[in-house]
Design a protein around this ligand. Structure first.
Ligand code: 5GP
Length: 211
């Protein structure tokens, strides 16, 4: 039996980047191509949008239920965004990690810090950078229909996010999307192989050492 088929503990894989650096594309590629990783489903108080499914895109809850979950310490982290509450429920993730499932988090640096503080051993933090500021501006300019002010505000937000690059375990430059995806996969595969995550090793080695 190859060592990478041994039982292992899952991990919490965080991808952060300024908007326009390709995080959403890389996340989608990972979810489409790697059956062992799934998106963490947050709870939120915001109304459900057309096309969304409860339990798939979010767990849609009312404010009373959300407050109860905060009180009961049922979130890894939570925040208020545009007037609605969002949080990462612990229970589903704890159970999944134990069974060797990996969870993908598409969150900003603040959410990353909170998750890391709660669970350092299971968290792997990856930051994606654009290849240059000109390329980022080009990607944020979109179809050319936005005003100079809107683009300037987006660039400012991107710069603020980039300034937190040093709070991550890995930093990948997204010059070419397939190359960036390949690097992200290398990180994920190596992290899965870490001795501390390979919970099946003790039994496997004990078997090897028999007489
Ligand atoms: P939307 O309502 O458009 O799906 O998401 C609005 C914002 O909430 C996004 O910036 C998204 O990253 C953030 N968000 C979604 N889920 C969570 C969560 O569990 N925790 C935190 N801190 N933010 C979240």
């Amino acid at each position: 039996m190859a060592s990478n088929t041994l039982q292992r503990r899952g991990l919490m894989f965080i991808l952060s980047s300024p908007s326009g650096a390709g995080k959403t594309t890389i996340s989608r590629m990972l979810l489409d191509r790697d059956p062992e990783i799934r998106l963490s489903v947050s709870a939120t108080t915001r109304p459900i949008r057309p096309g969304e499914q409860d339990g798939v895109h979010y767990h849609f809850v009312d404010q009373g239920e959300f407050d109860r979950m905060v009180e009961a310490d049922e979130f890894y982290e939570w925040a208020t965004v545009f007037g609605h509450s969002y949080g990462t429920p612990k229970a589903q993730i704890r159970a999944g990690l134990k069974e060797g499932r990996d969870f993908l988090f598409d969150i900003d640096w603040q959410g990353t810090q909170q998750l890391y503080q709660k669970d350092q051993q299971d968290v792997v933090r990856v930051f994606i950078l654009p290849p240059s500021i000109d390329e980022l501006r080009r990607r944020l300019t979109g179809r050319g229909t936005d005003s100079a002010e809107v683009i300037a505000a987006r660039m400012e937000r991107a710069r603020a996010e980039i300034s937190h690059w040093d709070g991550y375990d890995y930093v990948v430059v997204n010059d070419d999307v397939e190359a960036c995806y390949a690097q992200v996969c290398e990180i994920l595969h190596a992290e899965r192989m870490k001795r501390a995550r390979q919970t099946g090793l003790i039994g496997f080695v004990r078997e090897l050492m028999k007489d």
